[in-house]
Write a protein that binds this ligand. Structure first.
Ligand code: ZN
Length: 59
């Protein structure tokens, strides 16, 4: 007998066991979506420069 829950993001039935490492989410993607990662994706503008520290080539 297996307990099943619904993925909070997509409603997919998720087995509540070691086989579902992202439970109660069905997948890592749904977990990230629920955490708000989708906001970053939606607002990303293609070609927009991403602030980054210049790589250090001096060793
Ligand atoms: Zn899901």
């Amino acid at each position: 007998m297996t307990t099943r829950v619904s993925c909070p993001t997509c409603g997919e039935s998720v087995e509540w066991s070691e086989r579902s490492p992202f439970r109660p989410f069905c997948s890592e993607r749904c977990k990230l979506i629920d955490l708000g990662a989708w906001v970053d994706e939606q607002h990303r503008i293609p070609g927009e420069p991403v602030p980054q520290d210049p790589p250090d080539h001096d060793h």
